[in-house]
Ligand binder design. Sequence first.
Ligand code: FAD
Length: 422
Amino acid sequence: MSLREAYVVGAGLAGLSASVELARVGVRVKLADSAPRAGGRCRSYYDPQLGQTIDNGNHFTFSGNQAVRAYLETLGSFGALQGPPHADFAFHNLADGSRWTLRINEGRVPLWAFSKSRRTPGTRLTDHLPLARLAMARRDGRSIGDMISSQGPFWRRVVEPMMLAVLNCPAAEGSAWLAARFLRESFLRGGRACRTMVAHPTLDAVFIDPALAWLKLRGTVPRFSERLRGIGFDGDRVATLDFGDHVEKVGDAAVILAVPPWVAADMVPELTAPDQFCSILNGHFAIAPPAGAPPITALLGATSQWVVCHEARVSVTVSGADDIIDQDREALARKIWGEVCATLGMSGPLPAWQIVKEKRATFAATPDQDAKRPTTQTRWQNLYLAGDWVQNGLPATIEGALRSGDSAARLALGKPLRYRPA
Ligand SMILES: Cc1cc2nc3c(=O)[nH]c(=O)nc-3n(C[C@H](O)[C@H](O)[C@H](O)COP(=O)(O)OP(=O)(O)OC[C@H]3O[C@@H](n4cnc5c(N)ncnc54)[C@H](O)[C@@H]3O)c2cc1C
């Protein structure tokens, strides 16, 4: 019997992606989220301190991200994902003042590694060989530090900043397999696949609002501030969903649970799920960057890691930020502002600022935590899991969350998977 109705619990990217995939083929989708809005960890809001609508944090995707493209093309907002014409990465080392641009050539053959003017200064062609080795990693429990050396200029200037940003945990401790999956889908496919794309003007405008509008046209209006509190099981099926003030009978419907791992683990018996998380801190400054400033600069030798120039704002990301997350906000703002000034050649008093701390930004992408990621399918016939923490073959990313939602929907529909989790 074909699926006619599905409950999707959680309206973050995974839940939205699942809802879109189900609604596309005419399934009636009942979407609920405990928050008063959709988007989860990928959201925008008006910040009165800055007088601007901002994202909770800079979110980068890559031009080669397949699920991002498919999802946004369905919604009609793919064009609002903006990036540079080429995969150029501007770097500034605040420790010694040096600046360079890593220029990845378009095609698959890594000519950039052979060219002194394209690769990172202070590195040799042979330094790049470990990246090829890392890209071959299997899901065998090894960390990046187990597979390649975490010493020397190539590590400090290329691998460490890249992997810290992608895995959001100390680079040497990160899962070699997740690093490999990322490398194979980006750098190994050449510059065409690894231009850094940013949602313009906001995450909501590109990823969230178009999804809600698209779903509304197909009869799905999400219920917000509706927290799932428990799941009732009957044999090998989910029978009821307990929303506190009312209990819904599931009947023949499928249930896609697209909530954070700690919420799912409370409701699904014997569920193994990641239980260690890493934080991300973002600093926002209400000031227009100087004309001609690179859209994104990677900083070394600083607290700040990525400086992103928006039209009327400069935003800074610090991944793997557990060491500083509890520091005083104003002290952080002053420190980061000083680094922004040094890298963009700006000066002046601290402008209006905001520090956004996301303590459980992503699961820690270590081999141990990756091994705890459950599969989409559960032992209950009509229950599927979705989220960046469910096995999807990628670290906790937008691409991974969208793939995961898509996979949950396709399994519920009895269709073959579009994205392979391993
Ligand atoms: C600051 C920051 C920066 C990031 N930067 C990047 C980046 O540059 N690139 C990138 O690719 N990724 C980035 N990420 C990761 C990316 O945001 C996530 O991978 C993605 O948003 C996860 O989506 P999700 O749907 O899996 O989970 P979530 O967004 O967490 O969605 C889960 C939803 O479930 C809801 N919920 C929770 N409990 C219940 C309940 N009991 N009942 C009903 N609903 C419930 C929540 O309200 C939420 O809406 C970043 C994350 C953060 C926090």
